[in-house]
Design a protein around this ligand. Structure first.
Ligand code: UD1
Length: 417
C-alpha cells in the first residue's frame, strides 16, 4: 500500500496544466460501443478509473490501446453483454455501458453498484428511463438484465437531475427509433461534451447543457474522433490550492465558463481570481474569509468541490455553513480534518465550520476521491507533516498529482507502507 507524505506550509506558485476530464472521458469511452470501427479519443487522462474502462471494454470484446494521450478503441463484434460485479464495484460509472449495449445489441447485464462511500446512489432513474423506451428490465443475482428488440423514443422526466442517468439515456436514445425528450436533465459541462461527441458520431442530440435534451434516434453511428474537455474539478482543486497556501497559481486549461460558482465563492473568500486567455490565475488572500456553500446540480456549486472548499473554510476567519444537497453521507473527510485541528460539526446535511488559525499535520486516511483532494489541500496548508493513506482513491481521479503540486513548490512524496 502506498501513502502520500506532505511537508506543509509552503506557498504554491507557478503554472500547472489540467488534464482531460475523468467524468467526461468515462461516458465518451463507453459511447464507442455504439458504433463499429476504430474510435480515437484524445486528451484521455491516465487514471485508475480509465484503466477500469479499459478492462471493461476488453471484457466486452473491444480492442483498446494507447498512443500517448490518444486512446484508441476498436469495436467489432462484441462478445459479451455483461459488466461484472468486480468492475462495477471499483467504479460505479461502469453502469454507463447499459445504454450503449442495450441500444446496439438489444441486451445488457450490468451488476448493481451497491453502496459507496458517499451514499446509496441508486440507478433507478436510469432504469425507469430505459423502461419508458421499451426495455424489459429484470433483476437477477444482483445484476440488472435489460432487453429490447429496438428501443423507441419516449418523453422522460427525471425526478432528480442525474448526470449518469442523462448520459446513459442520451447514448441509448441515439440509436432508438424516434425522438426522445429528457426533461429536468442534468446540465453539467460533461454532458455537453458527450452530446458533441455523439453528434460527431452522427447522432442528433440537441439542448445538452439545458434542462431539456432532445435526441432524434438514427439507424447507425460512425466511429468517434474527439478531444476530451479539461477537468473542471481538477482545475478547481488547484485554484483552492492557491487560496489555501496564499500562493499564486495560473491554472492552464481551466475554463471560467465551467467554474462560475467556484470562482464566485473563491472571490467571496478573499482570493483574487483573474480570468486570462486559456486559463485562470488565482492569488490567495492573506486571511481566508468565511463563506457559506450549498452544493446543487450545475450551474450550482459542485458537490465534487465541497470537500476541497471545506479544507479552505477550516482556515477561515469566522464560521462557514456548508450544505451538501446532492449526496447523503458526503462528509467523510470531516473526521480526518478534525484530526488536523479543524473545528467542524455536522448535523444531517449541514456542516458548521469554525475557522481555526492553523492546521497541524497528522496521519489521515482518504475515504473517497474528493475527500483525498481535501486532505492534500489541508496538508499543503498545515504545519509539519501530513501522511495520507489509502491513496488509491486519489489515483482514480487525479493524474500525476504529486508531480503537478511539486512543480508549484509543494513538497509531496509517495512512499510504500
Ligand atoms: C456524477 C459524477 C460525480 C458527481 C455527480 C454529481 C461521473 C462519473 N460522476 O455522478 O463525480 O459527484 O455526478 O455531480 O460523472 N440518483 C437517484 N437515482 C438515480 C440516479 C441518481 O436517486 O437513478 C441521485 C443520486 O443518489 C444523487 C443524485 O441523484 O443523490 C445525483 O446523482 P448523479 O447526478 O446521478 O451522480 P452520478 O452520475 O453518479
Amino acid at each position: 500500500m502506498e501513502k502520500i507524505i506532505i511537508h506543509g506550509g509552503r506557498r504554491l506558485r507557478g503554472e500547472v496544466r489540467v488534464s482531460g476530464a475523468k467524468n467526461a472521458a468515462l461516458p465518451l469511452l463507453f459511447a464507442t460501443l455504439l458504433a463499429p470501427g476504430v474510435h480515437r479519443v484524445d486528451n484521455v487522462p491516465r487514471l485508475r478509473d480509465i484503466a477500469t474502462v479499459e478492462k471493461l471494454l476488453s471484457t466486452l470484446g473491444a480492442g483498446v490501446s494507447w498512443r500517448d494521450d490518444l486512446f484508441e478503441v476498436e469495436v467489432g463484434e462484441l462478445r459479451e453483454v455483461e459488466a461484472p460485479y468486480d468492475l462495477v464495484r471499483t467504479m460505479r460509472a461502469s453502469v454507463l455501458v447499459l445504454g450503449p449495449l442495450l441500444a446496439r445489441l438489444g441486451q445488457a447485464r450490468v451488476s448493481l453498484p451497491g453502496g459507496c462511500a458517499i451514499g446509496a446512489r441508486p440507478i433507478n432513474l436510469h432504469l425507469k428511463g430505459l423502461e419508458a423506451m421499451g426495455a424489459r428490465i429484470t433483476l437477477d443475482h444482483g445484476y440488472v438484465e435489460a432487453r429490447a428488440k429496438r428501443l423507441h423514443g419516449a418523453r422522460i422526466y427525471f425526478d432528480i437531475p442525474t448526470v449518469g442517468g442523462t448520459e446513459n439515456l442520451m447514448m441509448a436514445a441515439s440509436l432508438a427509433k424516434g425522438t426522445t425528450v429528457l426533461e429536468n436533465a442534468a446540465c453539467e459541462p460533461e454532458i455537453v461534451d458527450l452530446a458533441e461527441a455523439l453528434n460527431k458520431m452522427g447522432a442528433r442530440v440537441e439542448g445538452a447543457g439545458t434542462e431539456t435534451v432532445t435526441i432524434e434516434g438514427v439507424d447507425e453511428l460512425r466511429p468517434l474522433r474527439h478531444t476530451v474537455m479539461a477537468d473542471r474539478i481538477e482545475a478547481g482543486t488547484f485554484m483552492v490550492a492557491a487560496a489555501i497556501t496564499r500562493g499564486d497559481i495560473r491554472v492552464e486549461g481551466a475554463d471560467p465558463a465551467h467554474l462560475g460558482a467556484v470562482i464566485s465563492k473563491l472571490r467571496e473568500a478573499g482570493a483574487e481570481v483573474i480570468e486570462e486567455q486559456g486559463g485562470v490565475r488565482v492569488r490567495g488572500p492573506r486571511r481566508v474569509l468565511p463563506v457559506d456553500i450549498k452544493t446543487i446540480p450545475h450551474p450550482g456549486f459542485p458537490t465534487d468541490m465541497q470537500a476541497q472548499f471545506m479544507a479552505l473554510m477550516s482556515l477561515g476567519s469566522g464560521t462557514s455553513i456548508i450544505n451538501e444537497n446532492v449526496f447523503e453521507n458526503r462528509f467523510m473527510h470531516v473526521c480526518e480534518l478534525q484530526r488536523m485541528g479543524a473545528d467542524i460539526s455536522i448535523e444531517g446535511h449541514m456542516a458548521t465550520v469554525k475557522g481555526v488559525r492553523g492546521l497541524l499535520g497528522a496521519p489521515v486516511m482518504a475515504t473517497d476521491l474528493r475527500a483525498s483532494a481535501c486532505l492534500i489541500l489541508a496538508g499543503l496548508a498545515a504545519e509539519n507533516t501530513t501522511e495520507i493513506s489509502r491513496v488509491y482513491h486519489l489515483d482514480r481521479g487525479y493524474e500525476r498529482i504529486e508531480e503537478k503540486f511539486n512543480s508549484l513548490g509543494a513538497a509531496i512524496e509517495r512512499v510504500r507502507e
